[in-house]
Design a protein around this ligand. Structure first.
Ligand SMILES: Cc1cc2nc3c(=O)[nH]c(=O)nc-3n(C[C@H](O)[C@H](O)[C@H](O)COP(=O)(O)OP(=O)(O)OC[C@H]3O[C@@H](n4cnc5c(N)ncnc54)[C@H](O)[C@@H]3O)c2cc1C
Length: 337
């Protein structure tokens, strides 16, 4: 990926080059928009060796998948740069000045923020090192690979119960570790759900995991007890990378995972000219959903730019002023019909 920006102004700057941002860029590139994608290169699923649940790409390494999308996107003239956007400021005319960590500064008519989220893991020794391998969070992404095996689930309020129940459909040997939570804190209906689902419950604080030959083999409790397990399911605390959006005044909404930026079905935020897509807008945006959100935002943003150019030109014509760029916009609209 490039490290230098080629121009000082783009119709669209996409912040974040994971699946969501790149898919938006793909549609905008195919619509012949000038697009810059700035990507810091830390996609959320990077720790996993394989990606699942994306039709036709099931099992593909995530890095290979993104490299392929980048190849497709640049084929349509989209520019990709490895850098980090540190600020975006309104220019007073409904557009934006974007600052990059590497020192670059570009003008953008519109912004798409596709910065993803950060998974905050519990401070238990060994968990971070095994994240994405045999410490996992998503039954749909990696659960099948552990079917019929001894599964451990870390209790994190309702999220822990939810995960234990989902994994009980994949294995008949699921144990929920309360990890220091008092048994009495679990509501009666949770105990009933766990019993019906056949989930075992273990009290005590988890203080580590056992790893043998580069595989998770057990969950370690304070006091020395070890429970043999092949996988530990950990519901992370998910924090959207939304500083850019909130600093520009984007409204947030409450979700069970905490506040996320509020977007309409096309990804438009409450701030005119700014779209947000993918995991930056919600915890359930798996790769295929992130791609879909990027696609919808690309379509909507292109149509909105087109309309705004046409409106501006119609205004000019009403005022008796003609311009070559206006003629181009009109001709473009004609071709798009
Ligand atoms: C361990 C693990 C395994 C997973 N496995 C699967 C799976 O098998 N199947 C599946 O469907 N989903 C899986 N997921 C979920 C998947 O990671 C997300 O669905 C997907 O990454 C969301 O795409 P995104 O484009 O929204 O965000 P990301 O892929 O996280 O991309 C965001 C990008 O924006 C960049 N960025 C952030 N801030 C800035 C900034 N200020 N300037 C420039 N760039 C910035 C980041 O560096 C990153 O490259 C998994 C998640 C985890 C944690």
């Amino acid at each position: 990926m490039e490290t230098q920006i080629k121009r000082n102004a783009y119709e669209v700057v996409v912040v974040g080059g994971g699946t969501a941002g790149l898919t938006a860029a793909l549609i905008l590139g195919r619509s012949r928009r000038s697009v810059l994608v700035v990507d810091a290169g830390e996609p959320r699923n990077a720790p996993a060796a394989h990606m699942h649940g994306f039709p036709s790409r099931d099992g593909m390494p995530p890095a290979e998948f993104l490299a392929e999308v980048r190849r497709e996107v640049t084929g349509y003239g989209v520019e990709l740069v490895r850098d980090r956007v540190t600020a975006a400021e309104p220019d007073g005319d409904g557009e934006f000045e974007v600052t990059l960590e590497g020192g670059g500064r570009v003008h953008a008519r519109r912004l798409i923020v596709a910065t993803g989220l950060v998974d905050e893991l519990p401070d238990i020794p060994g968990i971070a090192e095994r994240w994405g391998a045999d410490v996992i969070h998503c039954p749909f992404c990696h659960g099948y690979e552990f079917r019929d095996q001894p599964v451990g689930v870390l209790y994190r309020k309702a999220a822990g119960i939810h995960q234990a129940v989902l994994f009980s459909a994949l294995s008949s040997d699921v144990t929920l570790f309360l990890d220091g939570t008092d048994e009495d804190e679990l509501p009666d209906e949770h105990w009933q759900t766990l019993a019906v689902a056949g989930v075992a419950v273990v009290s005590g604080k988890v203080d580590g995991i056992e790893v043998t030959d580069d595989r998770l083999t057990g969950v370690h409790l304070e006091g020395g007890r070890v429970f043999p397990r092949s996988v530990l399911v950990v519901p992370p605390v998910m924090s959207p990378r939304d500083t850019l959006l909130t600093s520009l005044g984007a409204r947030t909404k409450d979700t069970p995972a905490g506040p996320f930026v509020d977007v309409d079905p096309t990804g438009q935020t409450s701030v005119p000219g700014i779209w947000a897509v993918g995991n930056a807008t919600g915890p359930a945006e798996q790769v295929v959903n992130a791609a879909s959100a990027g696609y919808r935002a690309g379509v909507a943003l292109h149509a909105q730019l087109l309309q705004s150019d046409l409106d501006r030109e119609a205004e000019r014509r009403r005022a008796g002023v003609f311009s070559p760029e206006g003629e181009r916009a009109v001709a473009r609209a004609r071709a798009a019909v």
